[in-house]
Design a protein around this ligand. Sequence first.
Ligand code: ATP
Length: 332
Amino acid sequence: MTPAVSFQKVSRHFGAVRAVDAVDLDIRPGEFFAMLGPSGSGKTTCLRLIAGFEQPTGGHIEIFGESAGGVPPYRRNVNTVFQDYALFPHLNVIDNVAYGLMVKGVGKAERRQSAEEALKLVQLPGYGARRPGQLSGGQRQRVALARALVNKPKVLLLDEPLGALDLKLRENMQEELKSLQKALGITFVFVTHDQGEALSMADRVAVFNDGHVMQIGTPEEIYQRPASRFVADFVGSSNVLPPDFVQRYSGQRRWGSLRPEAIRIQRATGGDGVSARIVSTSYLGATTRVVLDAGGLRLNATVPSGADLPPAGEPVVLTFNREHLHVMEGEA
Ligand code: ATP
């Protein structure tokens, strides 16, 4: 299958800054693809390379099998939803949404109808006459989405589109974006530094660090089987385990990872397990996070709230299923 977007050894250097460095990735048609990574890791630059706002300093980009080299942004069949929405404050909602069609020379009646359809898609019918300043943050976000969708792009690029919304609205919009994407079948490329958002929304996730792709996989693969210490650490609050610890339980002298929810805490009764002490507990609602000290090794555990925990300082024994201990292949 021809990828929607293909990066072949793509680099974008700004002088000495290697914003994107020899990145290979294929984004499948119709896929919800997340680019996840810390600030400055190169995600936005990758998005801008797909959009055509940046040109690679090395490598090759294809969009649906065609070379993107020399193709200007407006001829790429790709639209971007920016983090700050970039709406025109002096235009009403309908004219904001219809703007791209006007630039393409579509007639007034037709672009009005298309804009109204797009507003229906994002559940804002009847808001056409308002100015952006008369909308809530969430509504502005929907207008920005409608403005991109009205052009019927084959690929929609979203740069932290939910970053400005409060938690509840963010969660609602995550659900809505996901179902909209499935209903329309458009390829979504979504940039975020929020691992929860990437894991819950994406079909596949690329984890970025320092201009490099560290791992590409389904949310489950990335979460359960991180390829490196960086990925284990960044995606969720995994425990990164040193080789001597891993060797005791797996026989392999390699770095490993263990998810906080895989650890069980028991009062010390002399049974098998890792001897530790509780350093602190934090109540998080449904779960409680427990920080543990296992002979100098700091471990995080997540247990259901209400579990019977001894007080901080008391000796405890930690157990886990061996299959939950993930051994990192590349990290000796
Ligand atoms: P964030 O989550 O903060 O948006 P990001 O992962 O999207 O970060 P990029 O915006 O792609 O990161 O930036 C990657 C690196 O490239 C950063 O070090 C940034 O300072 C640098 N960079 C980006 N654009 C330019 C530019 N036009 N000139 C010089 N350096 C740049």
